[in-house]
Design a protein around this ligand. Structure first.
Ligand SMILES: [Cu+2]
Length: 229
């Protein structure tokens, strides 16, 4: 398990009892300890991990989830890691519709934007994809979105690292310090991905539609830039 051998069975009933969902996602949360200079997780580490993963992958190496505007979306989040994870979504709120023990009765469901997934548990969050855009979904423990944390490493604050990624790429082809977004680097790693909602996403299309093109006038700008024309 410490090397990642775990998964999730999803049994779809022959006769669904719930409103049909258009998108049904499953995310397994996990943690690994990969020491500097090694490529294999250390299974003897008990709680002090440095790799925080969605389906064994870390951002920016995680595909976005997609939905068409108006879709009913379900995200099942399962946790067999050694820590609890508060899973937060932007732009909407989860209705918590189920746990590992089954579906929650309609009258007992509740809404929250951060769905705590304890160890050994599943939480199922549902929502209607009302608003087109690129919405972040991530663990809200800040160091779970900052991989390669650990003890006994130097504090890099203030160290010029503009050329660091290029130099590391000579050793590790394709290495990325962080994801590149439409407004610059996305300073996130680990348990982070996006929910991309589009008016024209095909019903069976799970492809990445690229970054959202914000309608004119919907992106904040610096007032002095505006004053200067
Ligand atoms: Cu977490």
């Amino acid at each position: 398990m410490a090397l990642g051998m775990q998964g999730m069975f999803i049994v779809h009933p022959r006769t669904p009892q719930l409103p049909k969902v258009d998108r049904d996602y499953c995310i397994m949360l996990h943690n690994f300890a990969v020491h500097a200079g090694t490529a294999t997780p250390d299974p003897s580490v008990m709680t002090d991990f440095n790799m925080w993963t969605f389906n064994s992958r870390v951002f920016p190496g995680i595909d976005p989830m997609v939905a068409r505007t108006g879709d009913r979306v379900r995200i099942r989040v399962a946790n067999l890691s050694m820590h609890e994870h508060p899973i937060h979504i932007h732009g909407t709120a989860f209705e918590v519709t189920g746990t590992d023990a089954g579906w929650i009765p309609q009258t007992a469901r509740y809404k929250e934007t951060t769905m705590l997934v304890p160890v050994g548990n599943i939480r199922v969050g549902g929502f209607i994809a009302d608003y087109p855009g690129d919405w972040a979904m991530h663990c809200h423990k800040s160091h779970h979105t900052m991989n390669a944390m650990g003890h006994d490493i130097p504090n890099m604050l203030g160290v010029p690292h503009s050329d660091l990624a290029r130099r590391i790429r000579t050793l590790v082809p394709g290495y990325m310090m962080m994801g590149e977004g439409p407004f610059g680097p996305i300073e996130m790693g680990g348990m982070f991905t996006t929910m991309k909602i589009r008016d024209d996403q095909g019903h069976d299309d799970y492809g990445d539609p690229g970054w959202y093109e914000h309608p004119a006038g919907t992106v904040a700008w610096k007032l002095e830039d505006s004053a200067n024309g």
